[in-house]
Design a protein around this ligand. Structure first.
Ligand code: ADP
Ligand code: MG
Length: 624
């Protein structure tokens, strides 16, 4: 029989270290959280070799007196669970594990002075051996130095990554903690330079960014960490559902990134792993983004502490919710609502990019209007061009009507009334419409409108596609789609797999107003069509749908499939690029965009409009 024995404390601590401190960034996280728990207002972090050879954390918190210092390095010694209550946890720490764990696998030195004491003390633990307390002088607060992390556990040491990778992980950890603590100043230095420097946000100071988002302290810090671009191109999220509250900033769908790195979730101020968040974000942005792109966002969920268990894992980066479904719907609905309220907003970076292109061109090819580079012009016939410059906007149709039948409102209209008077500035000082008053159409593709302080270029097809799509969604959700039968059923020739794919999804299609049945192995017959689409080339649509169905993965949810179908229908039902619009039609489109959710981007996440401020135009002409 094998003998059972108790493991020596150093070994216990090394085992614990394996879970709590998996890499330098985890040690940084534990130490900085300790500083935050100690009420620090300024936290300075230094790392060498990505934290592998040195991590130094200096804070101005309330520090530790002599006895506390001795206790702090004992396992399960904590000042943070005064009532032994694992439910009411308001601090980052509570397990009393971090310092003894780090001390067991590294050379740890602590120097601290409590606010009440005239001078401080220092203590070392090397590979689990606690040294003797020595007097030390320093300001109130604590300095922790960790040298040669994992020197005592060579197996772990082998798994550390390159200095660059470990440094990135430290940066990431600090950024997240900084986001949740805007009133605390943070800095990070490595051997070569300062990597981060976040001044304490000023709650009094409400800066107005370009997109006129008033940045409170939280917003200032998010802007500092995630970039001014993010702050200017995001919408505030506020939602409440029973005990749960959601706050934060959600990036506009037109501001997207290749990875999910810029999606962060905080639960009661604690940065947590985001699996739940990713799912919610995918659902909320589902039809706003191309599938391989990801929005940027920072969300803060708060709830009474008895509704969440933070004691799931020693590293405390995972939490368990009592009611995950409630959190999920809070986040999804909160995001959807915020994005819907953003309405026609599109990322301002479009305008900035436009300006850059224009400026680049005006510098290199002086006096040449350089629309050809950086833009993708569609070819327009000379007739279209002439029309483009002749067409202009008559009086504004201020009633923002719902587009009853896509297409019908934009019926071909050869006769474009032109009076020069309407083009003069007096002919209509731009009223205060967010998307301005249409002043003309370029290349039968772009609507140019005048706003209070600039001009807007709208991609008419992308914009209208979105409007039709949003309307289809509404109709789909509420009354199903109105359909009408064809007097002469149409037969569409397809391939066998296409016929199969279409027929297998017949029910979905009829929900969308398209009734088809199989005619032969290689053809289907169209019996009823959505009334919305009576003027469209239905056989072509059916062909498109068949091709799309063949590509769909079977795991896609029904709703997603329907939306995909709706998107295809919307694309077919939308005014094309190359279609001449009169002023009325253009203005109606603009007004419609202003009241339609998500109209700032097309179904593929591209902006539907860009704006140039007058000040930008002035820059182009060197007027400022
Ligand atoms: P926990 O944070 O779970 O309590 P730690 O091992 O991280 O466990 O820290 C042990 C104790 O040491 C803390 O409870 C706290 O009282 C004290 N401590 C650690 N770091 C600091 C610090 N920077 N300032 C003040 N006290 C600290
Ligand atoms: Mg701790």
């Amino acid at each position: 029989m094998a003998t059972i024995r108790l493991l020596p404390p150093t070994l216990v601590n090394r085992i614990a270290a394996g879970e709590v401190i998996e890499r330098p960034a985890a040690a940084v996280k534990e130490l900085v959280e300790n500083s935050l728990d100690a009420g620090a207002k300024r936290i300075e972090v230094t790392i060498v070799e990505g934290g592998k050879s040195l991590i130094r954390v200096n804070d101005d918190g309330w520090g530790m007196d002599r006895n506390s210092l001795l206790l702090a390095v004992e396992r399960h010694a904590t000042s943070k669970l005064p009532d032994d209550d694992l439910i009411e946890i308001h601090s980052f720490g509570f397990r009393g594990e971090a310092l003894p764990s780090i001390g067991a696998v590294a050379r740890l030195s602590l120097t601290s002075r409590s606010r009440e004491d005239p001078s401080g003390w220092s203590l070392e633990i090397i590979g689990g051996e606690v040294g003797t307390l020595k007097p030390a002088s320093r300001n109130a607060g604590t300095l922790v130095e960790v040298r040669d992390l994992f020197f005592a556990t060579p197996a772990r040491l082998k798994f550390l990554k390159s200095t660059r990778t470990e440094t990135e992980a430290v940066v990431d950890v600090l950024e997240r903690l900084a986001m949740a603590h805007p009133l605390v100043a943070f800095s990070l230095h490595d051997e070569s330079r300062q990597r981060l420097n976040f001044a304490a946000a000023n709650p009094e100071l409400a800066t107005e960014s370009e997109a006129t988002i008033i940045l409170n302290a939280q917003g200032q810090r998010l802007a500092a960490v995630m970039g001014g671009d993010f702050a200017a191109n995001s919408v505030a999220v506020h939602a409440q559902r029973s005990f749960y509250r959601l706050e934060g900033l959600a990036g506009l769908p037109t501001l997207h990134r290749a990875t999910q790195l810029h999606q962060v979730l905080f639960v009661n101020g604690r940065p947590v792993k985001e699996r739940l968040l990713y799912g919610c974000v995918r659902a909320a942005y589902a039809d706003l983004l191309p599938s391989n792109r990801h929005p940027m966002l920072a969300l803060f969920v708060t709830m009474p502490s008895d509704l969440v268990d933070v004691n799931v894992h020693p590293a405390k980066t995972e939490v368990r919710f009592q009611d995950t479904a409630a959190i999920r719907s809070l986040i999804i609905n909160g995001l959807r609502q915020a994005l819907a309220e953003a309405g026609h907003l599109a990322s301002t970076t479009g305008g900035a990019a436009t300006l850059e292109v224009l400026q680049r061109n005006s510098q290199s090819t002086h006096r040449t209007i350089g629309f050809s580079r950086g833009w993708s012009p569609r070819t327009a016939s000379s007739t279209e061009l002439r029309q483009a410059f002749l067409s202009q906007s008559p009086a504004v149709d201020s009633a923002s009507r719902v587009i009853e039948t896509p297409g019908s409102d934009f019926a071909p209209n050869g006769a474009i009334p032109v009076t020069l008077g309407d083009l003069s500035p007096g002919g209509g000082a731009a009223p205060d419409y967010p998307l301005g008053v249409a002043r003309g159409q370029l290349h039968a593709t772009y609507i140019v409108s005048e706003t209070k302080d600039g001009l807007i270029i709208v991609d008419q097809h992308a914009a209208h596609e979105r409007l039709v799509y949003e309307k289809l969604k509404l109709v789909m959700d509420h009354d199903g789609i109105d359909r009408q039968s064809l007097l002469l059923p149409e037969i569409v020739e397809l391939t066998e797999p296409e016929v199969e794919a279409l027929i297998s999804r017949r029910d979905e299609l009829s929900q969308l107003g398209l009734v088809i049945s199989q005619f032969s192995d290689k053809s289907v017959v169209i019996r009823e069509i959505p009334s919305l689409l009576q003027r469209f080339d239905i056989p072509a649509l059916v062909q498109d749908l068949a091709e799309e169905f063949l590509e769909f993965e079977s795991s896609q949810s029904l709703r997603e499939k329907l939306l995909e179908v709706a998107a295809t229908i919307a694309c077919h039902g939308s005014i094309r690029a190359g279609k001449t619009l009169n002023g009325d039609e253009m203005n109606r489109l603009l007004r419609e965009m202003e009241v339609t959710p998500h109209s700032g981007q097309c179904n593929h996440g591209r902006p539907t409009w860009v704006e140039l401020k007058l000040s930008d135009v002035e820059k182009l002409f060197g007027r400022t």
